[in-house]
Design a protein around this ligand. Structure first.
Ligand SMILES: C[S@@+](CC[C@H](N)C(=O)[O-])C[C@H]1O[C@@H](n2cnc3c(N)ncnc32)[C@H](O)[C@@H]1O
Length: 218
């Protein structure tokens, strides 16, 4: 075969078929689903934490409504800066702090924007260097394993103003494009155990949802 894309596609399909067989076998032998492929069981969100939650068709609409003009914003994990560019264009933040291990891939127009500050290094370590009660809106989208999401979450919470909003991107247990467990649902749902309510859930059609939290009563 001389088409590398077709070859790679066939390889994925072969592996998927094997995985599906293995999962069925496990379920049959163990008498229970193979939940060990997930990071951990997520605590349920109490219904009371959803009383002011709104559904959005995608993350852009969630951002439009929950991020105020001129806010102080962080994007933790920015990749090529496309989402940062969207926030700059739509909401003219007073400050946009971008966190990533590398900024080589980030768009030149984003890097040159005077409200943008780059923080290079491990996200939770870099977040913790910033002043407390500083941010209106923090968007978490760096590493997705449970330990890393918890670290980013725990570093971010004190950095938010009392009315600040914490958004978790990729609110899924399993990345269907990477066949990889994500810890985001667990880390996000744990927020409700310490006095945070859901303000929005973006059910983006590709299946990688976003969920946003604000302190109860704020
Ligand atoms: C999914 S991409 C971000 C996509 C971007 N937020 C968007 O919506 O277009 C994840 C980014 O997080 C960065 N990243 C992953 N783990 C990190 C860590 N521990 N510290 C800093 N950056 C990290 C990666 O380098 C990558 O650029």
């Amino acid at each position: 075969m001389d088409d590398p894309v077709l070859e790679a596609r066939n390889q994925v399909n072969t592996c998927l078929a094997e995985l599906q067989t293995a999962l069925s076998n496990y379920w049959r032998e163990a008498g229970e689903p193979p939940s060990f492929i997930l990071e951990a069981a997520a605590p349920a969100l109490p219904q009371g934490a959803l009383k002011n939650a709104k559904l959005y068709a995608d993350r852009d609409l969630l951002m439009q409504e929950t991020l105020m003009e001129g806010a102080i914003v962080a994007e933790v994990g920015t990749l090529n800066g496309n989402w940062a560019a969207r926030m700059l264009e739509q909401k003219s933040p007073a400050e946009l702090h971008l966190f990533d291990k590398t900024f080589d891939r980030v768009r030149k127009d984003v890097r040159a924007n005077p409200v943008v500050t780059e923080h290079q290094g491990h996200s939770w370590g870099e977040i913790s260097k910033l002043p407390d009660s500083h941010f209106d809106w923090i968007y978490l989208d760096a590493a997705h394993d449970l330990q890393s999401v918890r670290r980013d979450r725990n570093a971010s919470i004190p950095k938010l103003k009392p009315t600040g909003i914490l958004v978790f991107n990729d609110y899924v247990h399993w990345s269907h494009m990477l066949a990889q467990p994500y810890g985001v649902v667990v880390a996000a749902n744990e927020m409700a155990q310490s006095g945070w309510d859901v303000v929005g859930l973006a059910i983006t059609p590709h299946g990688y949802w976003d969920i946003a939290f604000r302190r109860s009563g704020s």
